[in-house]
Write a protein that binds this ligand. Structure first.
Ligand SMILES: NC(=O)C1=CN([C@@H]2O[C@H](COP(=O)(O)OP(=O)(O)OC[C@H]3O[C@@H](n4cnc5c(N)ncnc54)[C@H](OP(=O)(O)O)[C@@H]3O)[C@@H](O)[C@H]2O)C=CC1
Ligand SMILES: O=C(O)C(=O)Cc1c[nH]c2ccccc12
Length: 356
């Protein structure tokens, strides 16, 4: 195994800082006047956006909440940029600040060496068939691998024998090829809702599995983004009151969602986000399709049979395909070797109030 300081492939002086990223969480280059190296698992920047998103995806928060420091989105971008606009922005950001990551470097482990007072970051090259291992050393390590690094694949009885196409939402691109097909969408987070809507728009027949409860909020309230309103309200009001107001406004705009097989959690949307990390669904049209019956809402899955799913209520439905919109998890616990307490801070980080 080769041992390098993080910057040595570009400049053989000692590295002061490593940045590791797989998500578009660029770190501010001007905050550190140090030698910086950036390791990226994929062969491009923002790989989750480039490779694991569907065609019609748009940001669901207004652009001012999604831009990176010192370089705003272009003026002509819409309020909710498309996936391609977002990728274009990230690429121009990297170019503008001359950020040159080392691609195809998958971090296997990162451990702080107390004796040397340095981080040891072991990587394996993912670019070619020959496995080359390199260990980088650096004084500081910044982890920016995000909460969505790994897909969550549920183990459901009989899924192996289902026989039809089964994919995770991260591999879903468009509903085009599902015209007239019955598709079971498992999960009702923002992915499940948006995939179901896209399927509907392509004349497929989606059934969406809702096994527990979900907060659906309008993306906008009286022309202002719900996220912005929540942020503003949180400046003056306690969280429980903001939650109550959000739910009243959601009821005024969307009506009672319970009528359509959806159930709201007993705790409010912001409290749920802060305590369990569960994001509210920001509705962009799926609710209308649920109301019209174009998206069927079905209860939890009991098991699969060939070409069929059995639900917990005993109902059996024939299906052509299954899209698992069952969410994501961080991969940090697999490679960051720190004390459990420190690791728990990383895991709990997404539960901290989201800019509110
Ligand atoms: N336009 C945008 O900006 C979009 C943003 N996003 C964001 O990406 C992140 C990930 O969202 P998403 O991919 O929806 O993941 P989530 O984790 O938010 O949702 C996962 C869903 O899958 C359900 N689920 C998990 N396992 C099972 C199972 N075995 N059977 C039935 N249901 C199951 C969960 O139900 P339960 O609650 O019962 O566990 C939940 O409804 C979020 O932050 C979201 O806001 C996603 C899509 C679009
Ligand atoms: O899109 C996400 O992942 C979010 O976390 C959005 C979000 C967090 N808290 C909220 C409260 C109201 C509306 C959107 C959000």
């Amino acid at each position: 195994m080769t041992v390098l300081t993080l910057s040595s492939s570009r400049d053989p002086k000692e590295a002061d800082m490593a940045r590791i990223w797989t998500e578009p969480n660029f770190l501010v280059p001007w905050t550190v006047n140090l030698d910086v190296g950036l390791l990226v698992q994929a062969d491009c920047i923002a790989s989750l956006w480039q490779k694991r998103t569907y065609d019609r995806l748009k940001l669901h928060l207004p652009k001012q909440f999604c831009q990176l420091p010192k370089l705003p989105f272009p003026e002509h971008f819409p309020e909710y940029p498309t996936k391609n606009q977002f990728i274009e922005y990230l690429e121009s950001y990297a170019k503008h600040f001359d950020i040159n990551p080392q691609f195809n470097k998958c971090v296997q482990s990162a451990k702080y060496d107390e004796a040397c007072r340095l981080w040891r970051v072991k990587t394996v090259s993912t670019s070619d068939s020959t496995r080359s291992e390199v260990e980088y050393i650096c004084q500081s390590l910044v982890v920016a691998t995000g909460d969505n690094a790994e897909r969550v694949m549920p183990e459901i009885e009989g899924l192996q024998e289902f026989g039809g196409e089964v994919m995770h939402a991260c591999d879903y691109k468009s509903g085009e090829k599902y015209h007239g097909k019955k598709v079971l969408v498992v999960g009702c987070g923002n992915s499940g809702m948006e995939v179901s809507l896209d399927l509907c728009n392509h004349n497929a027949k989606p059934s969406m599995v809702v096994r527990s409860s979900v907060h659906v909020l309008p993306r906008e309230i009286f022309g202002k983004s719900t996220f912005l309103l929540a942020t503003l309200m949180m400046k003056w009001l306690p969280l429980w009151m903001v939650d109550k107001l959000l739910l009243i406004l959601a009821w005024l705009i969307l009506g009672k969602i319970d009528n359509y097989g959806l159930k709201r959690p007993s705790v409010g949307p912001l409290e749920l986000k802060n305590t369990q990390g569960k994001t509210p669904v920001l509705d962009i049209g799926a609710l209308e399709k649920i109301r019209s019956g174009d998206i069927a809402v079905v209860p939890a899955i009991k098991r699969f049979f060939p070409g069929m799913v059995e639900l917990v209520n005993g109902e059996k439905l024939e299906m052509d395909s299954v899209v698992l919109a069952t969410g994501y998890r961080s991969n940090v616990p697999y490679w960051l070797q720190v004390r459990k307490f420190v690791l728990s801070l990383f895991i709990l980080y997404p539960l901290l109030p989201f800019g509110l």
